[in-house]
Design a protein around this ligand. Structure first.
Ligand code: ZN
Length: 269
């Protein structure tokens, strides 16, 4: 009885030890394979040029590559504190080959040459994704911006300050900003409801791939001084657009530039 008892008691333990040994051996082999196919290539890649690159390499980003002040610079910052030179008109305005809301003769259907190709690519990619966009407004002269601003003041009174730029302070005057909409659908034209449209979601996710940013972001009103404008895109080039997208920063935050007088938005009723 005793032997049987001991046999029953110890045999399973013996088996367990053998199993453990076998599993350990298998485990060891598994780790060796894992090391060869996963760990080693990653470790080697990190030693190769570019292998250790962080997609958001802010520390390596050359923030002085382009001027922030020159009105013709890709990175020019125009905001409530930073006015364009009086009467500034970009020298290379063209009509992009995209769906236009107005006749190609209209001033607003122009953009800077440098932004035209990327805008066409963005429209083509949106079309591939099932969305047909339309250009509502590209370049706006200072005189036209004055008309718009005066209209906003009449309609919105003090709130005009966060809905429209004053003449000379509009990004549209650079020829690098565009307002877009769903083609032939005016229901959410430059309205907050545009944010809920799949077109707006696609733009928010993909605009940077073409060098554009959503300039007046959600939850950045206190930084930009403007309401969320999911339809307003600004061309800054792929490199900066991607950097801003990954860091979820405005141009002002990224470059450490003031955008508006303190508490200006809080003062608006
Ligand atoms: Zn706009």
């Amino acid at each position: 009885m005793g032997r049987t008892f001991h046999g029953l008691s110890f045999q399973p333990k013996y088996i367990t030890v053998r199993l453990l040994k076998r599993e350990w051996k298998t485990c060891g082999e598994m780790w060796a394979v894992l090391f060869l196919i996963v760990v080693l290539p990653v470790a080697m890649a990190q030693n190769l040029p570019g292998g250790n690159e962080n997609p958001s390499a802010s520390a390596l980003f050359n923030k002085s590559e382009f001027s922030l002040d020159d009105p013709a610079s890709l990175w020019v910052i125009v905001n409530k504190m930073r006015r364009l030179p009086a009467g500034y008109v970009p020298a290379d305005l063209v009509v992009p080959h995209v769906r236009l809301q107005l006749s190609p003769k209209a001033e607003r259907m122009h953009v800077r040459q440098v932004a035209a190709g990327p805008l066409q690519d963005l429209f083509a990619a949106a079309h591939q994704a099932g969305f047909n966009l339309e250009l509502l407004s590209g370049y706006r002269s200072e005189a036209y911006q004055k008309k718009i601003y005066d209209k906003y003041v009449k309609k919105l009174k003090a709130r005009a300050a966060i809905a429209s730029a004053q003449p000379g302070y509009s990004e549209h005057q650079t020829g690098l900003a565009v307002d877009l909409d769903r083609n032939r659908d005016l229901r959410c034209l430059a309205m907050p409801c545009f944010a809920a449209m799949p077109e707006a979601k696609w733009l928010a996710e993909h605009a940077h791939e073409f060098g554009f940013i959503i300039r007046y972001e959600k939850d950045k009103e206190s930084v930009t001084g403007y309401e969320y404008e999911p339809w307003h895109l600004r061309y800054v080039g792929k490199e900066l657009a991607t950097e801003l997208f990954l860091n979820h920063q405005t141009m002002e935050e990224f470059f450490g530039i003031a955008s508006m007088p303190k508490n200006a938005v809080a003062a608006i009723p």
